[in-house]
Design a protein around this ligand. Structure first.
Ligand code: F3S
Length: 100
């Protein structure tokens, strides 16, 4: 599991990260963005551009947001690995823990 988006993205979705990602693996939910863990190449370009400091490498996740490693991965249970967020567009959905 590479980079992970956490709670401070919820209801903000600045999307600066999307512009930086060379493999287009940051997908748009309804309330937050999610990184597809199998598509992320761990380049680290998204992390410094997030104004909410929401993105961490999975090994550097603060204790309080550890659950977002699981949440980002589980978000793709239905979507799988589409191979590019732009062609998917806005999913209109969230992980149940984020939606509630
Ligand atoms: Fe993409 Fe690199 Fe972040 S592959 S999700 S910009 S670590």
């Amino acid at each position: 599991m590479p980079y992970v988006i956490t709670s401070s993205c919820v209801d903000v979705m600045d999307k600066s990260c999307v512009e930086e990602c060379p493999v287009d693996c940051i997908y748009e939910g309804d309330r937050m963005m999610y990184i597809q863990p199998d598509e992320c190449v761990e380049c680290g370009r998204c992390e410094p551009v997030c104004p909410e400091v929401s993105i961490f490498h999975h090994e550097d996740l603060p204790e309080a947001v550890q659950q977002f490693e699981r949440i980002n991965a589980e978000f793709f249970a239905g979507l799988g690995s589409p191979g590019g967020a732009r062609k998917v567009g806005r999913t209109g959905a969230d992980h149940p823990d984020v939606a509630s």
